[in-house]
Write a protein that binds this ligand. Structure first.
Ligand code: C2E
Ligand code: MG
Ligand code: MG
Ligand code: MG
Length: 282
């Protein structure tokens, strides 16, 4: 039995779903969501040519009362398998939009990205939930981007497209996350109502040393532009990679080199600094 550092078995197979540790963990997650004990961190997204902040991505953080910090990659998968993802996504949407109201009041004019999972696409009331939250917080729909991984859409392309159209009919935008990590092609993706593509970190990591990764990235950038998408690179960790991607006409950049994900207070402070710098440069 493979166990992670928290001593909990993680299988991607359904057979292990009744493992007691996983069930306990998921009932803890439900309870902590209900008690508002999770947190959202925010990572800025910058325009590569101007260096201006144009967006931010909400990333969930769970500090389990006994086990401590558990990375989202570990509990999101479980949440998907057990259906807790429905409650989780609603919690994230609500929290992200209410924090967004505060960031906007502080002068932030960019957009906000929220990650959703493939399982959320089968929830027919999700577009309605989004619409009601947008109106509750008086947020223009076109300021909100939902990020969905490429592999998520590929699981069930036909019904996925129908669900994505229902979501984008609310006026929100769609971004294809982790592009290049799976097997889909841009020619398939152009059937999706997306406005943005995020290149997977695995394509960016070795871009300075790997000629083939550079070719793949440049090809993706050019094709994305020809098809009318914005192109974002995630996982930019150095100035050299930032410079290279800018020269390759990559539109937007995210990564530790610009900022790690920050809690709400730290994000407010980061934005204040960024907005002041932008004013001075005018
Ligand atoms: P993602 O949406 O592709 O998010 C990018 C991940 O890369 C984040 O990890 C972020 O902290 C990390 N990252 C950002 N810049 C860099 C960098 O320069 N270098 C490196 N090495 N990593 C960087 P995180 O926060 O651990 O999230 C992992 C994944 O968990 C996310 O991947 C997303 O798929 C999922 N996730 C996170 N929050 C949520 C959420 O609220 N809802 C859903 N459904 N999934 C979420
Ligand atoms: Mg994402
Ligand atoms: Mg990603
Ligand atoms: Mg990812």
């Amino acid at each position: 039995n493979k166990k992670n550092k928290h001593g909990i078995s993680f299988y991607s197979k359904e057979q292990d779903i009744y493992h007691e540790g996983r069930l306990t963990l998921m009932s803890n997650l439900r309870q902590d969501l209900a008690d508002d004990r999770l947190e959202l961190f925010y990572q800025p997204k910058l325009a590569s040519t101007t260096g201006r902040v144009v967006g931010m991505e909400a990333l969930i953080r769970w500090n389990h009362q006994q086990l401590g910090f558990i990375p989202p990659d570990e509990f999101i998968l479980l949440a998907e398998e057990t259906g807790v993802i429905s409650q989780l996504t609603r919690w994230v949407i609500n929290r992200a939009l209410s924090d967004f109201v505060q960031f906007r009041a502080e002068g932030y004019e960019g957009d906000i990205s929220i990650n959703i999972s493939a399982r959320n696409l089968s929830e027919s009331d999700l577009p309605g939930y989004l619409t009601s939250k947008l109106s509750e917080y008086q947020i223009p729909a076109n300021k909100v981007i939902l990020e969905l991984t490429e592999t998520a859409v590929m699981e069930d392309p036909e019904s996925g497209i129908v669900a994505l159209n229902a979501l984008t009919d609310t006026g929100i935008n769609l971004s294809i996350d982790d592009f290049g990590a799976g097997y889909s092609s841009l020619s398939y993706l152009k059937r999706l109502p997306a406005t943005e593509i995020k290149l997977d970190r695995s394509l960016i990591t070795d871009i300075l040393s790997s000629e083939s990764d550079r070719v793949i990235v440049q090809t993706s950038i050019d094709m994305a532009h020809n098809l009318g998408y914005d192109l974002v690179a995630e996982g930019v960790e150095t100035q050299e990679v930032l410079d290279l991607l800018t020269s390759m006409k990559c539109d937007k950049i995210q990564g530790y080199h610009l900022s790690r994900p920050l809690d709400r207070e730290a994000m407010s402070a980061w934005l204040e600094e960024a907005l002041n710098t932008a004013c001075e440069n005018n």
